[in-house]
Design a protein around this ligand. Structure first.
Ligand SMILES: Nc1ncnc2c1ncn2[C@@H]1O[C@H](COP(=O)(O)OP(=O)(O)OP(=O)(O)O)[C@@H](O)[C@H]1O
Ligand SMILES: [Mg+2]
Length: 285
């Protein structure tokens, strides 16, 4: 067996609505189409926005509602069952039971999210946080794909921790505004606490600006953000994702690849992402 790759990447920011999901899907779509990469997306957010976009993209909305929602989501990885004797047992799930593929883009698979994850959050103990990590390792999924992207919720939660534990790297999408520093600081704090466990290894690939607007007044805010003592420790990508109305309300959803106007931005981000990935060392170095 070849050594597993360090190719599991979480998209994270403790601030909501900053374009995490849009960046995650757009990057995945472009890398699979224009760079011939094979990617698995895992939707760990109970809001399941990535799932909704991808199900629409793959014409699978009805299949999701009728079937997948119950049986084929990431929740299966965390499910446990009560035995007759009253003890709790882990259920075991095989990758092909929950990974959704489509001929529409055969290089891009997804493990869907599920709104019921909200209720799971409080039911889980700290050992269960390792279930996603164990699932990826047990089935050697790192070697099945060029990348595994995890779309995370914007909150400190069981599922954020589980995503980080399963990841080798993370990327921080940031929308510049007065409160940008807060989301990055909180994330830095969460990762810092987790790093107290010597087995926990992760590297940050960098910050990518999203929802960029051409406004002079934002330049000053960006400068203050970049001078922050925590932020300045991170690699900030030269290329960002501009705010574009199609991505907000376009008929073809929030995947940049679907619009000629936004494809170009994404190509530059893809190149820089691949470069950052090549440069970064082993997780935790
Ligand atoms: N570059 C962009 N241009 C225009 N609209 C965008 C862009 N990126 C994201 N959006 C829109 O902004 C909103 C928030 O984006 P998105 O859902 O990707 O953020 P998020 O950080 O994943 O949010 P949450 O924290 O709720 O998971 C969505 O309506 C999305 O369509
Ligand atoms: Mg999201």
């Amino acid at each position: 067996m070849t050594n597993p790759k360090n190719n599991v990447i979480s998209f994270l920011n403790m601030k909501g609505g900053v374009g995490k999901t849009t960046l995650c899907l757009s990057l995945a779509y472009q890398l699979t189409n224009d760079y011939d990469k094979k990617i698995l997306i895992i939707d760990m957010d109970p809001q399941f926005n990535a799932t909704q976009t991808m199900m629409e993209q793959y014409n699978l909305i009805n299949d999701y509602l009728d079937d997948y929602r119950e049986k084929k989501t990431v929740k299966r990885i965390f499910d446990r069952k009560q035995t007759l004797a009253g003890s709790v047992e882990e259920e075991s799930v095989e990758p092909d039971e929950i990974i959704i593929s489509s001929d529409i883009n055969s290089n891009l698979d997804i493990i869907c999210g599920n709104i019921d994850l909200i209720f799971e959050d409080k039911n889980q103990d700290s050992v269960s946080k390792k279930r996603l990590d164990i699932f990826l390792k047990k089935h050697n999924l790192r070697n099945e794909y060029d990348f595994i992207f995890i779309d995370c919720p914007p909150t400190i939660s069981f599922f954020t921790d589980a995503s980080l534990i399963a990841s080798d790297h993370y990327l921080i999408p940031v929308k510049i505004d007065k409160f940008s520093t807060l989301g990055v600081k909180m994330l830095d704090n969460v990762v810092g606490l987790m790093k107290e466990d010597p087995d926990f290894r992760i590297n940050c690939l960098g910050i990518i600006y999203t929802l960029q607007e051409d406004q002079k007044k934002l330049e000053g805010i960006r400068e203050v953000f970049e001078e922050n003592s925590i932020v300045s420790r991170y690699n900030i990508f030269d290329n960002g994702m501009k705010k574009h109305n199609h991505l907000l309300s376009g008929e073809r959803g929030n995947i940049a690849y679907n619009y000629e106007e936004t494809k170009g931005d994404m190509l530059l981000i893809c190149n820089e992402f691949l470069f950052a990935y090549e440069q970064v060392g082993e997780p935790g170095e």
